[in-house]
Design a protein around this ligand. Structure first.
Ligand SMILES: *[C@@H]1O[C@H](CO)[C@@H](O)[C@H](O)[C@H]1NC(C)=O
Ligand SMILES: *[C@@H]1O[C@H](CO)[C@@H](O)[C@H](O)[C@H]1NC(C)=O
Length: 238
């Protein structure tokens, strides 16, 4: 790990005070996107009596001197904002699963009781207020029960065209079908489900497509993702 924010949730004991932790995947060079998010929907604040906290999760970009330079900038950015976790792996599309699992490992250690998470990319817009209201409306679920919701994708399988961004050779995954999963742009989950996914990840080989991998972990745990675009209110700039 290169950059850490161990006190983000007030320590493991106090982490139950964090109602919604925004966990945003961002590469070192995306400084401007992070700045926009910090000032807009991902601002840390209290809403309806509960705390919203923010973390960016990052790997490293480039090589040699440029990598070193970007790491130094990110370090300075973190001194100012206290919201970046960075690990020393190449931040690329096919390493997103690794990033996701490293985050879940971090969470187990430093923020185990945060109630809900929004996991998303740094190019989405999310209505955090509506999300808090939606989550507070989950009767009987204070984060200790299953929740995994977002843009649900079902009945698809690996793409076998080598020219596709999502190409998965048979050698990587033999199965012709993917389990139901939520598109990785943004999804909401409970702390219970985050822990369960992390647990399952010990038993499933990492598949480079992170959102599908989450679906595989859920399936192994016997849990279903659900579709709730209306509640999540995400839009993608892409
Ligand atoms: C993932 O990160 C590791 C460690 O930096 C690197 O060796 C590997 O090439 C990366 N994989 C991809 C697909 O970028
Ligand atoms: C995963 O969950 C199982 C069943 O609850 C438990 O026995 C096991 O210790 C857990 N493994 C990890 C790595 O947390």
């Amino acid at each position: 790990m290169l950059l850490d924010v161990p006190d983000k949730c007030g320590g493991p004991q106090n982490s139950a005070d964090v109602f919604l932790l925004l966990v945003i995947k961002s590469s070192p060079e995306n400084y401007e996107r992070r700045e926009v998010l910090r000032k807009t929907w991902a601002k840390e604040r209290q809403h309806r009596g509960v705390w919203i906290r923010r973390l960016f999760i990052s790997g490293t970009s480039a090589t040699g001197f440029e990598k070193h330079r970007l790491n130094k900038l990110l370090k300075m950015e973190n001194i100012e904002n206290n919201d970046i976790l960075q690990w020393d792996f190449h931040d690329s599309f096919f390493n997103l699963t690794l990033k996701q699992i490293l985050f879940l490992e971090w969470m187990e250690r430093w923020c185990p009781h945060a109630r809900f998470l929004l996991n998303g990319d740094d190019d989405i817009f999310a209505n955090t207020f509506n999300m808090v209201e939606y989550l507070q409306g989950q009767k009987g679920n204070d984060g200790s029960k299953h929740l995994f919701t977002g843009h649900l994708i079902q009945n698809v399988g690996p793409i076998r065209h080598p020219s596709s961004k999502y190409y998965i050779p048979v050698q990587v995954q033999e199965s012709k079908r993917y389990p139901p999963y939520c598109g990785g742009g943004g999804f909401l989950l409970s702390s219970f489900t985050a822990k369960t996914i992390y647990n399952m990840s010990h038993y499933i080989d990492l598949l480079p497509i992170d959102d599908v991998y989450m679906g595989m972990c859920l399936e192994k745990a016997g849990l279903q993702p659900t579709s709730h675009l209306g509640a999540v209110l995400l839009s993608l700039y892409r």
